[in-house]
Design a protein around this ligand. Structure first.
Ligand code: DX5
Ligand code: ZN
Length: 216
C-alpha cells in the first residue's frame, strides 16, 4: 500500500501541533517538513526549533526536506530535533557521498532529492546507498503548484533500475499530488506521496488521504 506524507507547508501554522495530530489520526504514514532558506529556493519556512516543538504531537516518522544551500551545516539540528529522515538535494554543491554516510552513521535515513530540470542520471551513482529517492513533481519553493507531467518518466526510470538491480530504496514524489495525479505516479512506481495543498484544503483529512491510495 502506498504511503501518504502530508506536507505541513499547507497546514494552519497557528495550530501546527494540532494539525500534526489530526493528520496522524487521519491515517498518514509520515510527516513531511519543508525547510526553506530563502536562498536555495525563493521562500522561507521553519527551522529545527519548530520541528522540536511539534515532534511530540505524532508517533509517525518525520522527514525534513532540506531546501537549503548548506544541508551539511544544518542537518544535525534537524536530526536532533526529531527528524528520522533527512532529504538532501542533489543540486547542492556538496560532497554528497560523505554527507549521506555521515547522516546514516548518525542513525538517520537519507533521501536524495531531485528537482524537475535536473537530469535523473545525476542521482544514479547514489541509488545503491540511499534509503529513499524523492522526485520533485513541481519546482520547489511553494505549495499548491501544478503537477509537472514530464517528470513521470524519471519515476519510471528509477523504478526500472530498482527492479533490475534489486535495490531497496523507496520512491517518493512531492508536488501537485491530488486524487488524479496520485494514480499516475503510483502506476509508475511511487511508494510515498507527499501532498500539502490537497489534504489541508479539505475539511475531512481522512477522506482526502484515503482518496490518494490507488492500488498498484
Ligand atoms: C514544495 C514542497 C512540497 C509542497 C507540496 O517546495 O517541497 O512539499 O508542500 O505541496 P503541494 O502538495 O501543495 O503541491
Ligand atoms: Zn517537500
Amino acid at each position: 500500500m502506498v504511503k501518504i506524507a502530508p506536507s505541513l507547508l499547507s497546514a494552519n501554522f497557528a495550530f501546527l501541533g494540532e494539525e500534526v495530530k489530526k493528520v496522524t489520526l487521519a491515517g498518514a504514514d509520515l510527516i513531511h517538513f519543508d525547510v526553506m532558506d530563502g536562498h536555495f529556493v525563493p521562500n522561507l519556512t521553519f527551522g529545527p526549533m519548530v520541528l522540536a516543538a511539534i515532534r511530540k504531537y505524532s508517533h509517525l516518522p518525520f522527514e525534513a526536506h532540506l531546501m537549503i544551500t548548506n544541508p551539511e551545516k544544518y542537518w544535525k539540528n534537524f536530526a536532533d530535533a526529531g527528524a528520522d529522515i533527512i532529504g538532501i538535494h542533489i543540486e547542492c554543491q556538496i560532497d554528497h557521498i560523505s554527507l549521506i554516510k555521515e547522516i546514516q552513521k548518525y542513525g538517520k535515513k537519507v533521501c536524495i532529492v531531485i528537482n524537475p530540470p535536473t537530469p535523473i542520471e545525476n542521482i544514479y551513482s547514489f541509488l545503491e546507498i540511499v534509503d529513499m529517492v524523492l522526485i520533485m513533481t513541481v519546482n520547489p519553493g511553494f505549495g499548491g503548484q501544478k503537477f509537472i507531467h514530464s517528470v513521470v518518466d524519471k519515476i519510471r526510470k528509477v523504478n526500472k533500475i530498482r527492479k533490475e538491480k534489486k535495490l531497496n530504496f523507496e520512491i517518493e514524489v512531492d508536488g501537485g499530488i491530488n486524487e488524479k495525479t496520485s494514480r499516475i505516479v503510483i502506476e509508475n512506481g511511487a511508494d510515498i506521496l507527499v501532498t500539502g495543498n490537497y489534504i489541508f484544503s479539505g475539511d475531512n483529512y481522512k477522506e482526502r488521504i484515503e482518496s490518494l491510495r490507488w492500488k498498484k
